[in-house]
Design a protein around this ligand. Structure first.
Ligand code: IVH
Length: 673
């Protein structure tokens, strides 16, 4: 029996539901929120509490269902009213041109066909059924005819509308079937797997598996915690709406509150389709989600209808898949490389093979354990994978191709570069060369030191660094700042002009922020991001010298491993010496202004005389980065006069105006304090 409920409560619940649906739509679909996350959470909490207090007000359309519903015993099944077919595949421009030709032949027309093309997401296909604007059933594709009912799970996906009343379409269709792809972004996937590892759970193999596993939860409260998203890419039965093409349908669906892939190109020719494919192939690794190709669809529904389908797939669409990022080839020999931390990494030298457009002749084998686990031998046929910017790696051995001639590779017991011993510590899978002065380590460290996120020394490239180390010109970081021009000019393939440019680039790089400096040191586990976090907390180099693991761990975003590694680095005498050696050679570590600590804010400086450790332009840069300004002549507005050796008439004028006069050492002190 329904108890009497205060109409004000009923109205409050309805208002909250309306508002939450609308804000959800603005946030997830329009990407244009009107309220803060905290405010959204407060409204959601208020609704949850009201629904708990008044169970009679429960509704299948409530936004509170986004947090999940009580678990099911098993999944029901449902027949799709129109089968969910699969797609034919193409792998080359020729395949796509042939697809276009087939279509024209089938339709018996000569003119160009208009297409829509969109990225092919590597996710899970679902169907969403709306009756009178309310999500009533969501199902998996299943075998294409029958799918599993996963409505409670799909309701938890924030970018799936539960009701369609925010639409800009006047008439809400009485029946609407929308199809789409549920997926997980790459960064959310990494985070999800890290969380699983922390909880001792098996990580998911890839974002697709994670999405599929999350949708097949009997307990939708688990699904609600997974970072699922949807892009819609088709319709089944639709009543009351008259759309003539797929491109137009996507617009109508957007107006109804659905999200489609913003990269979609509608109304394009077959030539534009091929160009779009090339663009996607080049940029796919920068996309926040995995795609495995492109889907090309005839845009016009009347043409789609005339083309029809085979039992397996429609004739009006094709998947233009990316070329494999895995190929098989042979390992000719294996050797090892010594990295900047002394890690001795085995590398397979391969019969060169084209993988997804790039020639690959080497692949990392990671470490000894990996070689043993995958049973990789010299002479083996192997599957090699190249993905994005990562180093190619051997995925597995094609054991059936073994001839018996293959040879087992043993890791060396001494460093192949400097002959020092290599050791494996108990908690690590890697072998390390113990000699910190090993030329291989020095080369790699200097390469890192001079690289973009670090000292960013223009012209000091890998080849030159190798030459400099081999010729004994560099064996420590500080040596970089002591290189003289003549020594450089005497190197092979080095003209006077390039030598001058490099000397200039090295001089310019001497002024560096603490975060870049810290990153440049190549301390194990201290990447660009963590170096930034540490620098903006500790501000000054001196603080690093005395920092403890505990202090570092207290910084948000800095874990125990990094903290220990950084603290330990600065406790070692030879590292402190190396740092002192650099500052003695003119490296000026600027106070970190990540949090915009600017000691010279608004102060006006004038420089006179010659400075010892920096050029005028470097001094200017340093002052400006500390918030000050440099003026050409002394006036009443001048705050400080920096006086170097043999100062000019500016000194007398500054004295007359009672302006504070500082020397170079004081200037440096203030900058770095
Ligand atoms: S349209 C008749 N568009 O690829 C099938 N599918 O290999 C129409 N997929 O089951 C599907 N992105 O799960 C279409 N933009 C997209 C897609 C897409 C991914 C998946 C979908 C389909 C599978 C076919």
């Amino acid at each position: 029996m329904q108890k009497h409920i205060d109409p004000a409560v009923i109205k409050k619940v309805e208002d909250l539901r309306q508002a939450l649906h609308r804000h959800n739509y603005l946030y997830y679909v329009m990407d244009d929120p009107e309220i803060s996350d905290a405010e959204y959470d407060r409204m959601m909490q208020a609704l949850i509490e009201l629904e708990a207090a008044y169970p009679d007000l429960a509704s299948h359309d409530s936004p509170t269902l986004r947090v999940g519903a009580p678990p099911l015993e098993k999944f029901e099944t449902v027949n799709h009213s129109i089968p969910m077919l699969s797609l034919d595949n193409g792998f080359s421009d020729t395949d796509i041109i042939e697809f276009d030709r087939r279509i024209k032949k089938h339709l018996n027309i000569d003119g160009g066909i208009i297409y829509t093309a969109e990225p092919k997401l590597d996710g899970v296909a679902v169907e969403l059924v709306y009756e009178n604007g309310r999500l009533t059933t969501a199902s998996t594709r299943g075998d294409g005819i029958t799918g599993e009912v996963i409505t409670s799970n799909v309701r938890t996906i924030a970018s799936v509308p539960i009701i369609l009343s925010y639409s800009k379409v006047i008439a809400i269709p009485s029946q609407l079937e929308v199809r789409g792809e549920v997926f997980i972004r790459k960064d959310s996937f990494t985070q999800l797997n890290n969380e699983r590892l922390n909880q001792n759970l098996q990580p998911f193999a890839n974002p697709r598996n994670a999405a599929a596993g999350s949708l097949r939860q009997l307990d939708s409260r688990i699904t609600a915690k997974r970072p699922l998203e949807i892009f819609v890419h088709g319709v089944g039965i639709v009543t009351d709406l008259a759309m003539e093409s797929y491109g137009d349908t996507l617009l109508v669906l957007q107006n109804l509150g659905f999200r489609s892939n913003p990269l979609t190109r509608t109304k394009i020719t077959i030539e534009q389709v091929l160009n779009f494919y090339r663009e996607l192939a080049e940029t796919r690794h920068q996309l926040p989600y995995d795609i495995d190709g492109m889907v090309v669809k005839v845009d016009s529904f009347s043409l789609q209808k005339r083309l029809g389908a085979t039992s397996k797939s429609p004739r009006w669409a094709i998947a233009y898949k990316f070329r494999a990022i895995q190929e098989t080839t042979r390992i000719n020999h294996i050797d090892v490389q010594v990295g900047r931390t002394g890690a001795v990494t085995p590398v397979a030298h391969l019969d060169p093979v084209n993988i997804g457009g790039a020639m690959v002749s080497r692949a990392t084998l990671h470490n000894e354990d990996e070689i043993i686990r995958k049973d990789i031998r010299i002479g083996d046929s192997v599957l090699v994978q190249r993905a994005g910017d990562v180093i190619p790696e051997v995925v597995k051995v094609m054991v059936s191709k073994r001839t018996g001639e293959e040879q087992i590779f043993n890791m060396p017991t001494t460093c192949p570069v400097c002959n020092s011993s290599v050791v494996r510590t108990e908690d690590e899978a890697v072998l390390r060369c113990v000699n910190a002065s090993c030329p291989a380590q020095v080369k790699e460290r200097v390469k890192h030191f001079a690289s973009k996120g670090a000292f960013d020394i223009d012209g000091l490239g890998n080849k030159l660094i190798e030459q400099l180390v081999d010729n004994g010109l560099i064996s420590s970081y500080a040596d970089i700042f002591r290189i003289n021009r003549h020594a450089l000019e005497n190197l092979e393939r080095m003209g006077p002009k390039s030598a001058e440019n490099i000397i200039e680039a090295i001089a310019t790089s001497k002024q560096i922020s603490l975060s870049r400096f810290l990153y440049a040191l190549g301390i194990r586990h201290a990447g660009e991001h963590t170096s930034g976090l540490i620098a903006s907390r500790l501000k000054r180099l001196e603080n690093l010298f005395s920092v403890t693991t505990e202090e570092l761990e207290a910084i948000e975003g800095v874990g125990p491993v990094v903290a220990h590694s950084v603290a330990n680095f600065f406790q070692q005498d030879r590292n402190r010496k190396a740092v002192d050696d650099m500052t003695d050679s003119g490296v000026l570590i600027l106070q970190e202004n990540g949090e915009k600590h600017v000691p010279f804010k608004g102060k006006v400086f004038v420089l006179t005389g010659s400075l010892e450790s920096m050029t005028r332009s470097q001094a200017k840069k340093a002052i400006e980065s500390a918030g000050g300004k440099v003026a050409a002549s002394v006036s009443r507005n001048t705050d400080y006069l920096v006086a170097g050796a043999s100062p000019g008439s500016k000194l007398a004028r500054a004295k007359a105006l009672d302006i504070e006069i500082i020397d170079e050492a004081t200037l440096k002190k203030i900058i770095t304090e």
